[in-house]
Design a protein around this ligand. Structure first.
Ligand code: PHB
Length: 390
């Protein structure tokens, strides 16, 4: 079987000259560990990333020093500390903090699973899960990425796709017909039709304002979805999903009996967004540049300072710090401006940050692919600052 691919960069984009190679490689290791469920041996990492063994060892040593992984014999194992990366994205986004309790209440009311998802290029990614009883074997976690066309929320997001998005989707369908880039879902059956009716489902979602998943991921799994709109822009903030099993509801039955209650909950979520007070920035992370410098002195060659510094850049973001200028990132992390700039160029290339028209940077949902899903358990009950896990 060919190696499963977790493409770290868009295949269409060239590596910018100023990108930080050790950071690209460190991100690849974190993504492979995540895709594998949180544990991998050094030789498995070597195979999956195509990196030399000595490089893998240095990356793992650096991640261990940062407490993002621990070493267990020959294995590298993700630790809860790595969740600070995904939590930076979730806190900056604010949606889990503002809407999560309403999703939980709906799950209680319906006794069905309820989730919130955002668009991630031609996929969808979960930002909240209220998992109730499940007859099915599959259960998705916060941070899991699914191919848009195999889900209920996908067609709703695709109503906002540009021509370039559709082209990217078609290219991916041709180059990855079995959905190997989506380790959270079972491989797609060989026999499916080329576009899976996705264009038609998107047209229907645009006309009707809701969408269904009738066992697109696996037999028995059904879902109904409704869009949550950002009151300021009218665009999709996220999509709310009610997920069930055919032993409880057919897809048509989900639409008839549960969609009305989902829509009421969505109206309340939109009201919560309208009334949300401005985000309050917490303190930026303290002393990180110092910490990485000290580790270099202790570990010498085994410690890749540019990787540690680069990862630090992601933690500059958070609640009230959703969109930062280069100067703000440098200030929050204590890194030299040139160092912060090269890290941001690298992340832009890897689709982990995007640049806004106002020369600020924001994290993308893909940051959740850096270690989050294997560790995402139940959300902690803290309401103001939505951190998950320990
Ligand atoms: C889920 O939250 O598990 C979920 C959501 C939408 C789908 C399938 C599963 O289409």
């Amino acid at each position: 079987m060919p190696a499963r691919t977790t493409p770290t960069a868009a295949p269409d984009s060239q590596v910018p000259e100023e990108a930080v190679t050790p950071l690209i490689r460190g991100v690849a290791v974190l993504e492979e560990l995540t895709a594998a469920g949180g544990t991998m041996s050094a030789s498995a990492l070597e195979r999956a990333t195509g990196l030399a063994r000595s490089t893998v060892d240095r990356i793992v040593a650096t991640l261990a020093r940062m407490e993002y992984v621990r070493l267990d014999g020959r294995d590298a194992v993700l630790t809860p500390h790595v969740m600070e990366l995904g939590n930076a994205y979730l806190a900056a986004l604010r949606l889990p903090a503002l809407l999560g309790s309403r999703a939980d209440a709906l799950a209680d009311e319906l006794d069905e699973s309820v989730s919130l998802a955002v668009a991630d290029r031609d996929g969808i990614r979960f930002i909240h899960q209220a998992t109730r009883r499940r007859a099915m074997s599959l259960s998705f976690r916060i941070g899991d990425l699914l191919p848009a066309e195999r889900t209920a929320p996908g067609p709703l997001f695709a109503t906002e796709w540009t021509d370039a998005d559709w082209t990217r989707w078609r290219t991916r369908r041709t180059t990855d017909p079995q959905d190997r880039a989506f380790p959270a879902v079972p491989p797609a059956p060989h026999t499916r039709d080329p576009d899976e009716g996705f264009v038609r489902r998107t047209e229907r979602a645009a006309a009707e304002g809701w969408s269904l998943d009738d066992q697109l991921i696996e037999p028995g799994l059904v879902a109904v979805s409704a869009p949550v709109r950002d009151p300021r822009t009218g665009r999709l903030a996220c999509v709310a999903n009610v997920v069930s099993h055919t032993s409880r509801h057919t897809a048509a039955d989900l639409r008839d009996t549960l969609l009305p209650r989902l829509r009421t909950a969505v109206a309340e979520m939109e009201e919560a967004l309208r009334q949300a007070p401005p985000a309050e920035p917490g303190p930026p992370p303290a002393g990180l540049a110092l910490r990485t410098g000290a580790s270099k002195q202790e570990l010498g060659r085994e410690f890749i300072e540019s990787l540690a510094r680069g990862l630090t850049v992601l933690t500059a973001f958070g609640e009230g710090r959703e969109s930062l200028t280069l100067t703000e990132v440098a200030k929050a992390t204590g890194l030299a401006r040139a160092t912060a700039r090269r890290a941001l160029i690298t992340y832009d290339h890897l689709n982990l940050v995007t640049q806004t028209p106002h020369r600020t940077f924001t994290l993308t949902p893909r940051v959740l692919s850096l270690g989050f899903p294997p560790l995402a358990g139940t959300p902690s009950p803290t309401s103001r600052n939505p951190t998950y896990g320990p």
